[in-house]
Design a protein around this ligand. Structure first.
Ligand code: ZN
Length: 475
């Protein structure tokens, strides 16, 4: 029997790492802070990419690719940007056996190098809007790393757009946040709060940052995606101007937005359990494993034939299918292993089932066990997967809603910092926010669009507050 997983109750962080390693999603590498994404994990990323890429293209964006290395001087052109990213930069000083005249940074994000090109490509309002996306790796030197959630190098997409007016840029920023919300909820089955971040939590160089925030099973928040209204900050730094409809020169208005392999960490922390990884069917690499049962070649032969015919039918329906015909391992071991790796449905097929013209179908998340006539197996599998997708979302949403509450005093905020999302009044003073973070470890997550804003008094200092914001401990 394979080694058992650690349980969530014993230690949530340890359990998380154990799931990532034992489900073969990722592994530690010999490069500090960098992980290796294994095929089980990369398949999830490919499915995320496929869905998101279509959503970006459906909203008018095209993909491009810019260099990994950025001249160090580019970062210094936008003061807040360089200040925000300086501590995390990896810098290339030597190449080709010589010291470089100007050092390059490995991109932590690409606003600067992309603007250096935008300034050449954009002349007139006719060149706008310019809507680009890049799929790439980035590097941010992190002190403490955690597989998928915070790694020195990670994979992501970064959208970069230019517009004639501030209104159009703001509309774009919010439109892409909505794309992220829909992706998180409809595909990842992960409920999120979409809203605006506080000024101290915004992207370095942006006017406004919006985010989607999810609640993990340990009731901590995970920032799952961000969309930034950049204003004209980078346009001014790189002189990205266009001739307007009035004939006058003007700086473009910009947005940028991104999600990363961190989403895979969010997926694991939202749905997985003490038996291992649970993948929402819409993003799972393998939907069905068919396990051939039988002791002798005489028993296995006809079962094998039926199993492959069923696999072909399931594949025709668009499902990812594995047939396990390994005679060296028993069914119990296999059930354990496929549950660990997050295969959504297990189909058991043996000589007795064959005699009854049926299969046994077991759902990964609930262990619901159905006896299904083989002739109806494909439709039944589709129905079970559809229900599983819905149930995963409902379960995660119930946890989030049950663990979201108003707090009305600083003592209450301190006492309930581990209990979930706290809706509290805050005065918008960054010093007050910093003190709350220092004393409670809770940070402002965002001001959800769905939360009605009514004035009140700051929970920490009593000064006027425009409305409640979400405080929570976070990844
Ligand atoms: Zn305050």
């Amino acid at each position: 029997m394979a080694e058992k997983l650690l349980t969530r109750e014993k230690g949530f962080s340890e359990w998380y790492v154990d799931v990532v390693l034992k489900a073969k999603l990722a592994d530690y590498s010999d490069v500090k802070g960098c992980m290796v994404i294994r095929p089980n994990g990369y398949a999830i990323w490919e499915n995320m990419q496929r869905v998101l890429d279509k959503m970006f293209k459906d909203t008018g964006h095209r993909n491009a690719y810019f260099p990994l290395l950025i001249p160090e001087s580019f970062l210094r052109k936008e003061a807040e940007h360089v200040e925000g990213f300086a501590p995390q930069l990896a810098v290339v000083t030597h190449a080709g056996g010589k010291k470089l005249e100007e050092a390059y940074v490995i991109r932590p994000t690409s606003e600067t190098i992309i603007n250096s090109m935008f300034s050449r490509w954009i002349q007139s309002y006719r060149d706008l809007p310019l809507l680009l996306n890049q799929w790439a790796n980035v590097m941010r030197w992190e002190m403490r790393t955690r597989l998928f959630l915070r790694t020195t190098e990670f994979l992501w997409q970064e959208g970069h757009t230019c517009h004639e007016t501030e209104k159009e840029a703001e509309d774009e920023t919010l439109k892409m946040l909505e794309v992220y919300r829909a992706f998180a909820e409809d595909y990842m089955a992960m409920p999120v709060l979409a809203g605006r971040k506080s000024d101290s939590e915004k992207f370095a160089g942006a006017l406004r940052t919006y985010s989607i925030e999810a609640m993990m099973q340990d009731k901590k928040a995970l920032q799952a995606g961000t969309s930034h209204a950049l204003g004209q900050n980078f346009a001014k730094a790189f002189n990205t101007q266009f001739q307007g409809r009035d004939g006058k020169q003007a700086y473009v208005w910009q947005s940028s937005w991104g999600v990363s392999t961190r989403l895979i960490g969010g997926l694991i922390l939202t749905h997985s359990d003490d038996a291992g990884f649970v993948a929402p069917p819409k993003l799972a690499a393998t939907h069905v494993v068919i396990i051939i049962i039988g002791r002798t070649p005489e028993e296995r032969g006809p079962v094998r034939e039926k199993a492959h015919a069923l696999a072909a039918d399931l594949k025709k329906a668009g499902l990812g299918v594995i047939v396990d015909d390994d005679e060296s391992k028993g069914p119990g071991f296999k059930y354990f292993e496929y549950e660990l790796q997050g295969v959504c449905l297990r189909v058991e097929l043996g000589p007795k089932d064959l005699a009854k013209e049926q299969v046994v179908m077991v759902r990964r998340d609930t262990r619901q066990k159905d006896f299904v006539p083989i002739s109806q197996a494909v439709a039944h599998a589709e129905g079970m997967l559809d229900q599983m997708q819905k149930d995963l979302f409902a379960k995660a949403k119930k946890l989030r809603d049950d663990s979201t509450f108003e707090v009305n005093s600083y003592d209450e905020l301190k006492a309930k910092a581990d209990a979930g999302f706290m809706l509290a009044h805050w005065c918008e003073d960054p010093a007050c926010e910093a003190r709350i973070k220092e004393e409670t470890a809770a940070t402002t997550r965002n001001r959800p669009f769905t939360l009605e804003q009514k004035p009140g008094a700051c929970v920490a200092c009593g000064k006027p507050s425009p409305g409640r914001i979400v405080f929570s401990k976070a990844y």
